[in-house]
Unconditional design. Structure first.
Length: 279
């Protein structure tokens, strides 16, 4: 029996004494736990009771804060989650042997991207130089440095997220392998240095392809993420990548393509592994 199966009856038992009967079946059955912070999807019908509900979930599950799930948006992919319980939303989440410190109220950490975080640790090679163009708190590149001893240049534009990236590098003891830069990746000055490039971004990632090519060595692998409507698959998003690469003097070969998660109705977040060669 999993912990969740024990927890749910206990939560229902407590709240059924306090909430109208018809609302009990609307209580969230699934949630996300990041470190000791809970992210709870809450139906609008439960609005009048949200603080008490959050308190009960926090006590039964044993977390220090509860956030109401909302949408992630904007250039920095920030969350706008409502704080329902507690006051401290900075936490350390441990996944696959990697410690991620973050403010769960502000910085995105998608449980759906776990396969990709684990996969990056598998594809990385010791000694290669990886440039993570959208590093966040080190979501994808910390596993590479921690598990494979890969050298990483991690670029993150948001000053708030950057603070956690720096802390995570030290927390995981990879300060000799990872170098963080708090800047827009389009201003990153080095050229032709990367064996591998991470483009962990969505919606407008294609606009950054020319910059990625300038950072890449004459031959490199690029993990290109983007969002794509179902009706444009399977040609997109690789067709656009290939066209832009050609315009910049590179051939592009698709090695692999995976769905990371559903982004919106009819829209997928996918990652394409691309090998690029300078012509
Ligand atoms: C959605 S997070 C992704 C984190 C991680 N790459 C992943 O896929 O799980 C993207 C990060 O890129 C940062 N970012 C957005 N535009 C950027 C830019 N032009 N240069 C550097 N970082 C940028 C955002 O602030 C955000 O922290």
């Amino acid at each position: 029996m999993t912990g969740t199966q024990v927890i749910k009856p206990r939560i229902r038992e407590i709240l059924s004494k306090e909430l109208p009967g018809e609302l009990i079946r609307l209580l969230p059955k699934h949630w996300v736990q990041i470190g000791d912070v809970l992210i709870l999807p809450l139906r609008p019908e439960l609005e009048p009771y949200k603080s008490r509900i959050a308190e009960v979930y926090a006590e039964v599950i044993g977390v220090k804060a509860v956030l109401r799930k909302g949408r992630i948006g904007g250039e920095f992919r920030e969350t706008n989650y409502e704080l329902l319980y507690g006051n401290d939303t900075v936490t350390v989440h441990i996944e696959n042997g990697v410690k991620y410190k973050l403010d769960a109220a502000k910085v995105m950490f998608s449980p759906a991207n776990v396969k990709e975080r684990v996969r990056m640790a598998e594809v990385a090679r010791p000694g290669e130089l990886v440039v993570d163009m959208f590093a966040g708190i080190g979501h994808l590149s910390l596993p590479m440095a921690v598990h494979k001893g890969t050298r990483v240049i991690a670029i993150e534009k948001s000053p708030y997220t950057f603070r956690f990236l720096v802390e995570n590098i030290w927390l995981n003891g990879v300060q000799d392998l990872m170098t963080p830069y708090n800047m827009d990746n389009r201003d990153f000055p080095a050229e032709s240095i990367a064996d591998r490039i991470l483009m962990g971004y969505v919606v407008t990632t294609h606009k950054f392809i020319p910059k990625a090519l300038s950072i890449a060595k004459d031959e490199a692998v690029i993990h290109y993420h983007n969002t794509v409507p179902e009706k444009l698959r399977p040609e997109e998003p690789f067709a656009t990548f290939k066209r832009i690469a050609r315009e910049h003097g590179y051939e592009a070969e698709k090695l692999n393509e995976l769905v990371v998660k559903r982004y919106a109705p009819g829209v997928w977040h996918v990652v394409v592994d691309v090998r690029v060669y300078k012509r």
